[in-house]
Each structure stands twice: as structure tokens, then as C-alpha cells.
Design a protein around this ligand. Structure first.
Ligand code: MTE
Length: 340
């Protein structure tokens, strides 16, 4: 489908993120020389400049990625359930540096992203390595809906109805050896399709491919989810199509997108944001209101809702993003100030 002006529903990042935090996270990248004044311009200016610069589409004609409906078991919604963040915001306010560092860059620069064929390789310390192709992602495991809070380290949050299956299903199928202590994840490395991988300036100075990791017990926790869809359909590229991780008690940067590799390993694997700023982003990255980011507090967050205005919807951040009952036991012997 061809449409005009794809970003009408896009929020300005400044509408949902404290200006201090917005500029703060970028100052790390800027200090490394990867963000120029251009990135701090208003989104609309930066976006149109970027999009045309990449030559992906002309400024008034954009191909929209086609999301397919999925069959799934719906989540149990109770009276106490939280209000979902509108779909229009879930799919337009994103972090996906492979497509640019502004919040509207992913939706604007990823609509031609090709997800089929896809190949997700499960390997490493396993007795039965295997590879999933595009169709396997939607047919091998029973797909269910999980409504999770997503808390970004930048202190904004959403409530999102994901579709997918537990990561533990994949891991069990691979039959881990006794040496498997961690799980390492890797995003697609395809500079032709991902403008941020072609230019260190556009990609925020990240050394791609984006990598992440979990300890084995975290990976096997029933909450840890492989998402192949959102809001009843397959994922759009900006949210990590065709398959991404969702770890709801950790800051959003752990939830790596567009995964092509899952490797079980003996040693703690390197992770992208920890490599970029080890004093600011730890391996564990559990949501913790008591441990501030060195440059901003994590005690509260802005919930992105239908309104989503700059100074509204400020709520308290909960330990483990409200999932303590399910996950706190995994960290009972750890100093979470040290292991942030
Ligand atoms: N995965 C990749 N490959 N590249 C990224 O830049 N950003 C992370 C995470 N996964 C990122 C990524 C960050 S910082 C966040 S907050 C979440 O994706 C955002 O997910 P969403 O855009 O679906 O809300």
C-alpha cells in the first residue's frame, strides 16, 4: 500500500521523555562523536533529511510493511488490567538504532525491510542445534498473547499486547549441555537494509550487530518471551520483525529485535549498551527505582497513553517493573546496586 505522510501518529520524543533524559542519553553518544546537531533537531526535520539521504523512498510516497493477522490464545484480561498503550503509539515511538536514533526513524526507515526468508539459528552448548525459517516462527509453537509493561531506561513506558511463545520452549528443544550458563542473542547484520549499520552517525556509533544476553535461569523464566506479533498481527519492522525478545522486568534495551542467532554459552556474553557505556548500562539491567542512572533518576516514569503529553502520566517505577513475585527470587543473593 502506498500512503502519504507516514508519521502523522508519531509522537515527538520530547512529548514523552524528560528533556534532561533525552539529552542525557544522547550526550553519551555525542561525547563519542556519533550524534551531531542534526539529531537534536525536531524529529520532522531530522527524519525527512535522513529518509531522503538513505534513498529508501521519496518524501511523499512510502511503502507500508504488510502485517498479517495471527491466530493466538488471548491473554486473560481482568478488571485490574492496565490500559493498553494505543497501537498507533506502540508502532511509531521506537528505539531501533539500526534504522536511526530518533524515535520516529524506525517507522520511517524500515517499511521496506524484508523478513521472508528469515533464518534463526539456535546453537552453541546444545545437543540438538537447529534453525527456524520464517514459517517456523509462526507454526512451530503455540502462539499466545501476553500483555506486558515495557519500561525503557530513558524513563518512558508502555503497556503492550505481544504475541509469541516462551523462550524456554526453544531452549528445551535444543537440549542444553551442562556448560550452558548464559544465552547470547544477535540481531540481523544487513547494512543494505539497515541504514544505521551503513553509517556510524545514523546508527548512534553502535558496533553492529546489536547483541544481548541473559543468564540461563532468566532465559528459562516463564515470563521471558519471544514475540512474533503485536496487537493481533505479525510485528512491523520497527518493533523487531519477524521475531524479538521481550523481557518485561528489565529495561527495554535487553529486548533485542530482529533476532537471527540464539547461542547458549559458558561465559557472560558482551551486550551492546554495556559495551557503549559500562558505567551506565549493566548486563542485568533489572528495572530498579532505587538505582539511578548516573545522569537521571529511575524512580518514576512517563506512561505513554492515548494522551501522552509531556508532563502527564507520571507514575512511580516499581521494582522489577512490577514483576517481583515472578523474578525477584533469581537475584536474592545479589547486590543489585553492584549488578545494575
Ligand atoms: N534491538 C535492536 N536490535 N536495536 C535497538 O536499537 N533498542 C532497544 C530494544 N531492542 C534496540 C533493540 C531499546 S533501547 C528499547 S527501549 C526497545 O527495543 C524498544 O522496543 P519498541 O521500539 O518495540 O518499544
Amino acid at each position: 500500500m502506498l500512503i502519504k505522510s507516514p508519521v502523522k501518529s508519531a509522537l515527538k520524543e520530547s512529548q514523552v521523555t524528560d528533556e534532561g533524559v533525552y539529552n542525557g542519553r544522547r550526550s553519551l553518544l555525542k561525547s563519542m562523536g556519533f550524534i551531531g546537531a542534526g539529531t537534536l533537531l525536531s524529529n520532522s526535520i531530522a527524519t525527512s533529511a535522513n529518509a531522503e539521504g538513505f534513498g529508501l523512498f521519496s518524501s511523499d510516497e512510502v511503502k507500508t510493511f504488510e502485517q498479517k493477522p495471527l491466530k493466538y490464545t488471548p491473554a486473560n484480561v481482568t478488571e485490574n488490567s492496565e490500559i493498553l498503550t494505543p497501537e498507533s503509539k506502540v508502532i511509531s515511538h521506537n528505539n531501533f538504532y539500526e534504522f536511526g536514533t530518533n524515535k520516529s526513524d524506525p517507522v520511517n526507515n524500515s517499511q521496506g525491510f524484508n523478513v521472508n526468508p528469515w533464518s534463526l539459528k539456535i546453537s552453541g552448548e546444545v545437543n540438538k542445534p537447529f534453525t527456524l525459517d520464517y514459517d517456523d516462527l509462526f507454526n512451530k509453537y503455540a502462539i499466545e498473547e501476553r500483555i506486558y509493561r515495557l519500561r525503557c531506561v530513558e524513563a518512558w513506558s508502555m503497556v503492550i499486547p505481544w504475541l509469541g511463545f516462551s523462550l524456554s520452549e526453544i531452549i528445551k528443544q535444543a537440549d542444553p549441555t551442562s556448560k550452558a550458563k548464559y544465552v547470547a542473542f544477535e540481531t540481523l547484520d544487513d547494512p543494505k537494509q539497515m541504514p544505521g549499520q551503513r553509517s556510524r552517525r545514523v546508527g548512534g556509533g553502535i558496533d553492529f550487530p546489536y547483541v544481548e544476553g541473559l543468564r540461563m535461569d532468566e532465559a528459562m523464566n516463564p515470563l521471558t518471551f519471544m514475540s512474533v506479533g503485536v496487537y493481533g498481527k505479525t510485528l512491523p519492522p520497527q518493533n523487531g520483525a519477524p521475531i524479538r525478545l521481550v523481557v518485561p522486568w528489565k529495561y527495554g534495551f535487553k529486548s533485542i529485535k530482529s533476532i537471527v542467532g540464539i547461542k547458549l554459552v559458558e561465559k557472560m556474553p558482551p551486550t551492546t549498551w554495556n559495551i557503549l557505556g559500562p558505567n551506565e548500562y549493566g548486563f542485568y539491567a533489572n528495572v530498579n527505582p532505587e538505582v539511578s542512572h548516573p545522569r537521571w533518576s529511575q524512580a518514576s516514569e512517563r506512561r505513554i497513553t492515548a494522551g501522552g503529553l509531556f508532563s502527564r502520566n507520571r507514575i512511580e517505577t516499581l521494582p522489577f517493573n512490577g514483576y517481583s513475585e515472578e523474578v525477584a527470587h533469581m537475584y536474592k543473593d545479589m547486590d543489585l546496586r553492584k549488578h545494575y
